[in-house]
Design a protein around this ligand. Structure first.
Ligand code: TYD
Length: 138
């Protein structure tokens, strides 16, 4: 049986590179497996700080290290995996129902997120115990 973690895959985004630099273009439903409703980015994250620490009920996301690097820890309630992101042309697809934490931001690190829905605080699952309870009810 495929686990939720198996569904969280690295997606190679298109990259146009030459001596003057690189550009990556992302099209909804083509380069990411969902429609993009929102883009947000995390920046100015102090050394040692962590972000995330929640799950989502419905939200699909593509997480990209637009600059610098950080680690994404994913947990489906049974197992965990940690992915180090450090390339602006690699996106980590995070499906709903997975607990995520972002750690070890490099100085100047920017976490760009393409999201399938507008921000909705009611759609978050906060608290790891709540997450485990939510997973058991499914
Ligand atoms: P939150 O998602 O809790 O941050 P973290 O990445 O650490 O889990 O969001 C932090 C704050 O920013 C919270 O008050 C909600 C607000 N916020 C928005 O207003 N819009 C957004 O798209 C996001 C992601 C957060």
């Amino acid at each position: 049986m495929e686990s939720l973690l198996d569904s969280c895959t690295l997606i190679n985004l298109p990259r146009e590179a030459n001596r003057q630099g690189s550009v990556t273009e992302v099209h909804r439903l083509v380069d990411v497996p969902f429609d993009i409703a929102r883009v947000y980015y995390l920046y100015d994250v102090p050394g040692g700080a962590s972000r995330g620490g929640h799950s989502h009920k419905e939200l699909k996301q593509l997480v990209v290290a637009a600059s610098g690097s950080f680690d994404v820890m994913l947990d489906d309630g049974r197992e965990r995996k940690t992915i180090h992101l450090n390339r602006p042309y690699l996106g980590l697809y995070v499906v709903p129902g997975v607990w995520r934490e972002l750690h070890n931001f490099s100085s100047g690190g920017i976490c760009l997120v393409l999201a399938s829905m507008p921000y909705d605080a009611n759609e978050y699952i906060r608290g790891y115990e709540n997450f485990l309870a939510y997973r058991k009810l499914k």
